[in-house]
Design a protein around this ligand. Structure first.
Ligand code: NCD
Length: 311
């Protein structure tokens, strides 16, 4: 394989160039079109091991990384609960990264602390992928989010994008907004409870870079304009107390009545898990793309792993 990515470890979205995105997506297309049997037979990661070091709950991210590696013919070792590792005994994440490098060829890690993936990568001698570091970053989620938009809308620019939910603590939304803001003509409607707004410095930065950004707490007025609506849950685990969470808990619920106002070709996205932000009745509408989005995560992570390992 002659393709090269510009990064060795994937820690944050700002490391990803547009050229990287093109390479990852064209390979993800190939894997999607090939089908799993053919990909497995080709086995581009045969003999390689992925270690998933997860210190926080996950269904989609860990499983799709593991599924991706297995579908490429590789194998997986996993740390599902950080509590069962030596970190519990006081080992640093950087020592853990160094040690696991002796057992695996690539590491995907998730941890509640911002900056944790960088720490794992510090002494690691194999590539490290950030699968979510606290409230900070979730770069592979945004890769699959963009891939889903590209597959559905055939473009990543000139889109009216609504982002709804916990914009204060959401790492998926932060990474998503950062990634989409690099494409020209995209405008953002940031919809949240007033106490869960996107960081004001980040909003100012987006505006300085030329993006049109509006902030609101009501979805009803803006949904009819949107090409993409990206919904997230309120990140309960980031709150100091239950009372605080209950106070701001989502007052938004996407239901059929609201969806009648949306364009027929709007796409409704969610990184999942959902709590009560989207009525399950909406799942059968053509706009609902969140399950496809989760499935595309496998193709995108297959592409990423194979490019990071075979460069
Ligand atoms: C997101 C996460 O973990 O940040 N989930 C995911 O990776 N699919 C969003 C969330 O948990 O709300």
């Amino acid at each position: 394989m002659t393709r090269k990515l510009s990064f060795q470890n994937l820690i944050s979205t700002d490391q990803i160039t547009n050229y990287d995105i093109d390479q990852i997506f064209s390979l993800a297309d190939k894997y999607r079109i090939n089908g799993h049997q053919k990909n497995f037979e080709e086995g581009v990661c045969r003999g390689k091991i992925l270690a998933t070091l997860f210190f926080e709950p996950s269904t989609r991210t860990r499983f799709s990384f593991e599924s991706a590696m297995i579908r490429l013919g590789g194998q997986v070792i996993t740390l599902e609960y950080g509590d069962s590792s030596s970190v519990k005994k006081g080992e640093t994440l950087s020592d853990t990264g160094r040690v696991v490098s002796g057992y695996a060829d690539i590491i995907a890690t998730r941890h509640p602390q911002a900056g944790s993936a960088e720490e794992v990568a510090e002494k690691a001698t194999v590539p490290v992928i950030n699968a979510g570091d606290g409230v900070n970053q979730h770069p592979t989620q945004s890769l699959l989010d963009l891939y889903t938009i590209l597959c559905q809308k055939k473009r990543l620019d000139n889109l009216k994008i609504g982002v709804l939910g916990d914009l204060k603590y959401g790492r998926a939304t932060r990474s998503f907004i950062e990634m989409m803001s690099r494409y020209s003509g995209n405008s953002f409607m940031l919809i949240s409870h007033p106490d869960l707004k996107f960081d004001s410095e980040a909003v100012a930065k987006l505006q300085e870079q030329g993006s049109v950004v509006k902030e609101t707490s009501t979805l009803e007025d803006s949904i009819s304009d949107l090409d993409v609506l990206y919904v997230t849950r309120v990140q309960q685990e980031r709150f100091e107390s239950d009372e605080e969470y209950v106070r701001v808990r989502s007052s938004y619920r996407i239901d059929q009545k609201l969806m009648r106002r949306a364009k027929p070709d709007m796409i409704l996205m969610h990184p999942l898990p959902r709590v009560d932000e989207i009525d399950p009745v909406v799942d059968s509408l053509p706009q609902a793309q969140y399950f496809t989005q989760a499935e595309y995560g496998v193709f995108v992570r297959m592409a990423l792993i194979s490019l990071m390992l075979n460069d």
